[in-house]
Design a protein around this ligand. Sequence first.
Ligand code: SF4
Length: 494
Amino acid sequence: MSNYQNVFSEFTQAELKLLAQIKRFFERMQCDVELANAINQDTVPTEQMARLKEIGVTLDLSELPLALGDQKNLMLYLLAASRDLEAKLDSEVQQFAAKYPLLKLWGRYLAVLYRKRFDDRNNQGQEQAEALNAPFDAWRKRRIAAAKSELGFFGTQIDHPAFAYELSEGCSMGCWFCSFAPPKLSSVFDYNAGRDEALRILTHCINIFGKKTAGSALPYYRTEPHDNPHYIDFLRDFEKLSGEVLCTSTAACGDIAWLRELMEYYRRGAVRYHWPRLSILSAEMMDKVHSAFTPDELLHIELLVQVKNHFRPKVTGGRILAEHAGLRGKEDIDKNNIGMIPQGSIACVSGFNINLVSRTVMLFSPCYVSGKWPFGFRVFAVEKYKDSEHFPIVINEIIERCMPLSPPKERLVKFRDDIVFRPTEDGFDLATPNQLHHFKGKAKYGPLGELISEGVYTYEELMGTLIQKHRLNPIILRTVVQQLFDEGVFCEVW
Ligand code: SF4
């Protein structure tokens, strides 16, 4: 059981009831522009109050700071609380928060939530260290380092599952913001006919990578779970085989009966998993969900508001790609004056995507969206398999081809395609969309950075030139190049 499932044990029943209502109130504020504007002016229309009551929000709203003038302190407080940093806030903001008991309760909830998530991420890191397949493990470490380097803060927040299983081809939802921009739904995996094949494929993954790694998976990717009528059967089968309870994020919130069935799957006695996560695409959808479920029923479930006028900036990939050159993350902030760090990608898997309908395997990992990688993930290999017997052959061939433990002698050594090389007085800098990496020491690096940035030398040629022509120490040089490789700064799209 993850730490995250223990979040609610830190609160009394009375506090949980209040938290469920506060959560619902904030959800509504994010969707309902009229309500948000009215509350900012301190005048909530009677019909809005009646609707809030109908959906279970009976709080004393004066215990929350909602007026427009309070917004700056409110945001500062929520930001600090959600990072468990409330104690470090300056006294003015602390005194402001102390006036509002419900805000303090919400802040405590955010702090616990953040702490538990952080603990889960740390535990996950330790579990991943036990992975069975050394080339895959090393490859994933490089990809995770690259994601941190490219995506900055958001790169540190990604869980990096190792697998994604797609049970459909295309997606029926066509969300306006979708960074993956999948084609329309064309077919779904026939679970009755293909269940045995799916189980054999999962078993191969467990045999090749170990139970923990194979179980670190998403059961959807560029697909909507609801599109496959046997989605919940797949979750059950997967759990039986690997022992892992997979997550669900869905935008199909109109099918209340299905949502109930899904929520039932994630309810285990006193333990309540925080799935499914619901993407709310319109105020009407929020209304429907709030009418169907009580605040208590949805306390542990995230409702991710994805309406068009929402304050959170979208990843400018897929359907809404707008590319800028160079330090893309920083330019996004300056040009749009949005004051928030752009996320850069919604991708999270560093490993294999397996589409069970088209029998396609793709090796991929998150990157900053660009004209070359418009969906926010970099693709290293795409192969078809014929059946479950052929599947492990394809996987092992990809491992052999794409996951060397050191830079291959015959391959060109180049920097990742998001990196801009900049020579400096004493070495060189590598600029990514979100970070600057400094490499100092002419004696150590010599013209190494320049030669790699030219992108025309194989590893063998590079080493030969630096050792013979520039007299660099071969032992130090090999160590330095291996370190750069391990840090994921080299292009591995071969
Ligand atoms: S966000 Fe998800 S549900 Fe929406 S179109 Fe993209 S893949 Fe489909």
